[in-house]
Design a protein around this ligand. Structure first.
Ligand SMILES: Cc1cc2nc3c(=O)[nH]c(=O)nc-3n(C[C@H](O)[C@H](O)[C@H](O)COP(=O)(O)OP(=O)(O)OC[C@H]3O[C@@H](n4cnc5c(N)ncnc54)[C@H](O)[C@@H]3O)c2cc1C
Length: 455
């Protein structure tokens, strides 16, 4: 019954998309001031009626705080009581269906094609991550390297899939915590923080540190080899890779390794992107240092600017350990850091052609408008290849699609993979949409408006 409904509505979606294309939704002659971030035709033209209904229902569900707070328990209980196949079909009709692009290449392909008709590209993220406190399964398996080697194979496959689906615009995203035990990564982080050095590599620092055992050093060596193997695969497929930023107790080591990779691989073009969390007090200084280092040493940097996803956890940890809170005191300070960082990167990108590129990875409409205004002020054109925009799959299409429609480089970051693997990600998405209710509310209302127009 459900699958019939999906099929019927997907075919009506195709007709609708064709109508939209005929009425020339793509309009590159619009000025930045004329871009409308409330156009339901542009934002949701690619969605079927069923998908619009599902989107509306998901945002409605996310607005019930008590439900979202207990989501992890609810999902676990439902899976046990309902059994795998019923649970999966409910997930496909709700959270998973809305926020995840599919399980494999065959499910991703039609989505890539539909989005590309609207000028929007997909960044593929085969979901894998772990954390010291939460991922007990991975932590206890730390002596067993096979899980990280398995993740390496999945990542290589992800790079190949992205290349097959998107060709030279292929981008994949990875998290380093999928390739090393979180405990060892945390120790490595401490080692780098104890003896910060631009002259010594991450491995050299680790090998001299009294914090790292011989066994752990071997694990670190394998970790660095795995990451290099992934970047080589990306290079071979002429793609690009985003390295995600994670918790601050990993991030100093992550950042150091990404810079080393950039120095090695970002020579003829940008392959490796680093992520900068603007909620951290040190971020603006870090960006300024990285820009200076790249200019001195002659390598390129891809910047992905985000606000940061682990704020509650970081603050709680700072209180527990009685250390300084690494996060800006308020949202306005984070935003100021984001906007200042964007300005400084753009200035250098303009003055040093082909050396710097920046992704505005944000759902914040004011930040997107700020970026557009700054580009106008600095006389940077949308097709100069200096700036791109990205939002998460299932969120804020009302930003991404209008940008793509006027010729900006616009992307959706799409997680994919088996349902079980994505449950933690889905809980985070629901929680984020609860936290940023005003934005989710706009998404919900626009879904509703689009649905009404289709009737
Ligand atoms: C393409 C893409 C890639 C991403 N990759 C990463 C990644 O690698 N690592 C990562 O950590 N995150 C990543 N994120 C998530 C991102 O960091 C944010 O959590 C998310 O996008 C919400 O921020 P926003 O800019 O979209 O805007 P908004 O929705 O306006 O941000 C609102 C949020 O800002 C938070 N906030 C930030 N600083 C403060 C503060 N000082 N005081 C109070 N509230 C504050 C609030 O919690 C609130 O929920 C990514 C996001 C996107 C779109």
């Amino acid at each position: 019954m459900l699958s019939k409904l999906i099929r019927r509505n997907q075919s009506s979606s195709v007709v609708f998309i064709q109508q939209c294309m005929r009425s020339s939704v793509l309009n590159p002659s619009r000025t930045n001031d004329e871009i409308r971030f409330d156009s339901i035709t542009t934002a949701y033209g690619y969605k079927s009626k069923y998908e619009l209904y599902r989107g509306w229902a998901v945002f409605k569900l996310c607005s019930y705080t008590s439900l979202v707070n207990r989501l992890t328990q609810l999902l676990n209980i439902s899976r046990t009581i309902l059994g795998r196949s019923v649970f999966e079909s409910i997930m496909r009709s709700t959270l998973y269906g809305h926020f995840v692009a599919g399980t494999d290449k065959s499910e991703l392909k039609p989505i890539v094609e539909r989005l590309s008709q609207h000028g929007v590209k997909l960044i593929l993220d085969y979901s894998m991550e772990s954390d010291v406190a939460t991922d007990h399964l991975v932590t206890t398996a730390q002596s067993n390297h096979s899980i990280y080697d398995e993740n390496l194979l999945k990542s290589l496959k992800n790079v190949q899939t992205a290349s097959e689906l998107s060709g030279s615009s292929a981008i994949t995203a990875i998290k380093f915590t999928a390739f090393i035990s979180p405990d060892v990564l945390q120790k490595l982080n401490q080692a780098v923080e104890q003896h910060p050095s631009d002259q010594q590599s991450l491995f050299e620092l680790a090998s001299k540190s009294s914090l790292i055992s011989k066994h752990e050093l071997i694990e670190i060596e394998h970790f660095i080899q795995r990451i290099n193997r992934i970047v080589q695969e990306v290079k071979q497929h002429q793609g690009r890779v985003f390295i995600d930023a994670e918790q601050s107790y990993f991030q100093t080591a992550i950042h150091k390794l990404v810079l080393e990779l950039q120095e090695l691989y970002n020579r003829d073009r940008i392959i490796v992107y680093n992520t900068y969390q603007c909620y951290r007090k040190i971020t603006l200084k870090t960006i300024q240092n990285d820009l200076a280092r790249a200019k001195t040493k002659g390598f390129s940097i891809g910047f992905k600017l985000v606000r940061g996803a682990y704020m509650d956890q970081e603050r709680k940890r700072a209180v527990e350990l009685n250390t300084n809170d690494p996060i800006h005191p308020n949202f306005a300070a984070t935003t100021q850091c984001y906007h200042q960082a964007f300005k400084e990167i753009l200035k250098d990108a303009k003055n040093h052609p082909n050396q710097f590129h920046v992704f505005v990875a944000s759902h914040n409409e004011d930040t997107v408008k700020f970026a557009l205004r700054t580009m106008d002020e600095m006389n940077v054109k949308r097709n100069d290849g200096l700036v791109a925009f990205a939002t998460l799959f299932g969120m804020c299409d009302y930003l991404t699609f209008p940008l793509a429609a006027v010729g900006y480089d616009a992307y959706k970051l799409a997680p994919y993979g088996p349902i079980d693997r994505l449950l933690p990600y889905l809980t985070r998405r629901a929680q984020e949409n609860r936290a940023i209710f005003a934005k989710a509310e706009k998404d919900r209302q626009l879904h509703y408006k689009a649905l009404r127009e289709r009737n």
